[in-house]
Write a protein that binds this ligand. Structure first.
Ligand SMILES: [Zn+2]
Length: 302
């Protein structure tokens, strides 16, 4: 079983495989990355990631979309990478997306950048690359995006709803979490955000799990039925032995004697099979066997 982080990492690697063809989509993806960045202000923009491919992609998108020459560098000692843009250049990138320069207002979603469906899908990819994670489907179905900005989280939820996705929200350590628990919704998200192979993996795992569950249920159900049959047959055989040992078997009525005889001759047969041999109804035959058991347990002779 692969770890949670590696399924997330592999999903992000898949998203990084191809660059957006349209310039509008390149801008929309970058916008998703920046809004969900560690820092997005007119003074500083900073995104830290463990995925070098994403750091490289981000730097190249910043240049392609805004003309600002961004670089990525290793960050800290734990194999992380950061894209950092400071000063005037941060202000240029910030105002490119229609955010007012100079002040540091609450972060809002500029809907003009995510009007077209293709741009919205690129934007989803950007958000996910910056702040998203997805659990290995072997473990559970969970995909989430995390932001510190309340208004942004609400506006993104509205956007996702408009795209016929049904996100849930929660607050975790003063972060706003937008998440999906439904495997179909996760498949949809991943497909549209540019990770169809990851989506397929979720779908296949779901099918495997469903088949496994069904097989388990059937095995459990069969064993319970077999146990019930065996248990009943064992009780009936024991009852017949008791009656025999008392010399009471010959004193039973003809139908009961015949029922006892058939059970002795067919210890493994089911009730339905015995009833058929006897030419009796299932419930009628069951009643005879129950009577035999009652007589043996009650100790009385008939
Ligand atoms: Zn587009």
């Amino acid at each position: 079983m692969e770890s949670e982080r590696s399924f997330s990492a592999r999903t992000k690697e898949e998203m990084c495989r191809r660059m957006p063809q349209r310039n509008c989509c390149a801008a929309a993806e970058l916008y998703g990355e920046l809004l969900f960045a560690n820092t997005f202000s007119p003074q500083e923009i900073k995104i830290v990631t463990e995925l070098e491919k994403f750091a490289a992609r981000l730097a190249s998108l910043v240049f392609r979309v805004t003309g600002v020459d961004a670089k990525y560098a290793s960050f800290g000692s734990a194999g992380k990478f950061a894209v950092t843009i400071c000063g005037d250049e941060a202000g240029r990138v910030y105002s490119f997306f229609g955010h007012e320069e100079g002040r540091a207002p609450a972060i809002h979603l500029n809907n003009a950048i995510v009007e077209e469906e293709h741009c919205r899908e690129a934007f989803m990819r950007g958000m996910f690359l910056s702040s998203g994670s997805v659990s290995s489907p072997e473990k559970n179905y969970h995909l989430e995006l995390v932001t510190r900005h309340f208004n942004l989280s609400r506006e993104v939820v509205a956007l996702l709803l408009d795209m016929e996705l049904q996100p849930k929200t929660t607050v975790r350590r003063s972060n706003y979490v937008i998440y999906f628990k439904d495997s179909a919704a996760i498949e949809d998200f991943l497909t549209r955000a540019g990770a169809p192979a990851a989506a397929l993996r979720v779908m296949e795992t779901k099918i495997e799990k469903d088949v496994r569950n069904q097989a388990n249920r059937k095995v459990n159900c069969d064993s319970a039925n077999i146990l019930k049959t065996v248990d009943a047959a064992q009780r009936q055989l024991a009852a017949i032995r008791v009656l025999e040992s008392r010399g009471a078997l010959d004193m039973l009525s003809e139908p009961l004697r015949r029922a006892a005889q058939l059970r002795k001759e067919n210890p493994d047969a089911t009730l339905a099979e015995l009833a058929e041999i006897a030419g009796a109804s299932r419930s009628g035959f069951n009643h005879r066997l129950a009577r035999i058991v009652a007589l043996a347990e009650g100790g009385s002779n008939e």
